[in-house]
Structures are given as C-alpha cells and as structure tokens.
Write a new protein. Sequence first.
Length: 220
Amino acid sequence: MLLPRMERSCAITVAVLCLTMGASGCGHPCEYTTADDLSSFAGCAGDSVRVYGFQPLEPAFTLRNRFPSVPSLNPTLRWEPRPFMAGNSDISDLRYDLIIWKPVGARHADRDSFSDERFSRSKVWISVNSLAVVYERHDLREASHAVEAALDPNTEYAWSVRARFELNGETRVSEWSLVAMTEPLSYATHGGLGYSSRQHARLTAQIPPYALYYFATPRR
C-alpha cells in the first residue's frame, strides 16, 4: 500500500508532497493550523467531520459526495482563505501553493472499509499504487485558481492547498489541507495503529490517500 511521500524541505518537487517537518527556514508543520467544522456545508449537517488547512469551496465538499463533478477540463478550484492570518500582524506576504494528483492503481473504499459507515459510503481511495503530480502552482495570490492545462476527461483527481507566508524574516508554510478521519480497518489489520489521518500524516510524513480532496472531470 503506497501513499504519497512528503519531502522534508520547503520546496515541493514533482514527485512528492512537502510537509516541512523541521526543515531550515520552515515553520513547524502544526504551528499555524485550524480545524474548521464542516457542518455548515450542504449535506454535512449530521456529519461531524473536520478539515485541517483550507475548506474546499469549489468544488464543494461533503462526505456523501467526495468526488464532486467539475464542469470542464479546466476547472476553477476555490478554497476559504486562512482566517488566522488576519489577526497576526507579524505575518505578511500571504500566498498559496496548489497541487493536483492523478492516481495509479487506486482502490476505492467499500462498506466494510471503515468502522464509521459515514466514511465507507464516500468511496474514497483506500490505497493507491502511486500518485502522479499532474499540475502544481506556487505563490498564488488569490484563494482560487483556474487550472490552465486541460485535465483528462472522465477521470478522478485529488488536490490540496497550503499557505506560504513570511514570519520574522523567514518563509514559512502551513500543513497541506486534508480531511480528518479515522484510518480504514485494513490499515489497522496490517499494522496500523488506528490513528486519525492527521496523526498519520504527522507521524509518517505521508498524507493518506483517503484523506485528500477529490473531484471528477466530465466526459468531454
């Protein structure tokens, strides 16, 4: 079971995600984070689920539809701006990093994948052979981005966003956004410790594929 690896540096490379765990010039990966309740999102009123990092606004996120359809092969992705930035006068030059992956050998969750049936019904990627980076942009000034290179039709993708900013004369980055949820039962059966997705990311420097944001492109 392969998960997307995260490099221990400030830069994103083509092959990996960066969580910046203690690298020079980076903030602690957990220092600037929030946990925003998604209960206000349509379809989530009865689902107490949290997202770490940024709330995805377009396409909309719900547990019942983890693979929302986008209207074109050049979708616009939009997320809620970081609220903690406004109250900290020491933080400046806020911008965003965006990354999109395409899976190789993705296996979807079924009704027996999680102890919590809310997660099982969402058909997340329970595992992937690998995740190929197909699109990335750095230093975006707005909390939205229209994908400039056409994606493949009728395809599932994952994406995430993080903040990049200046603090005390150094460039810092936040954690990559992910959905906070428990590990699948298959992880616990094969040596997992029943961690949440965020704990898993912090302890292993990997973002589990079941905790990513997704979307599906149209047929044409």
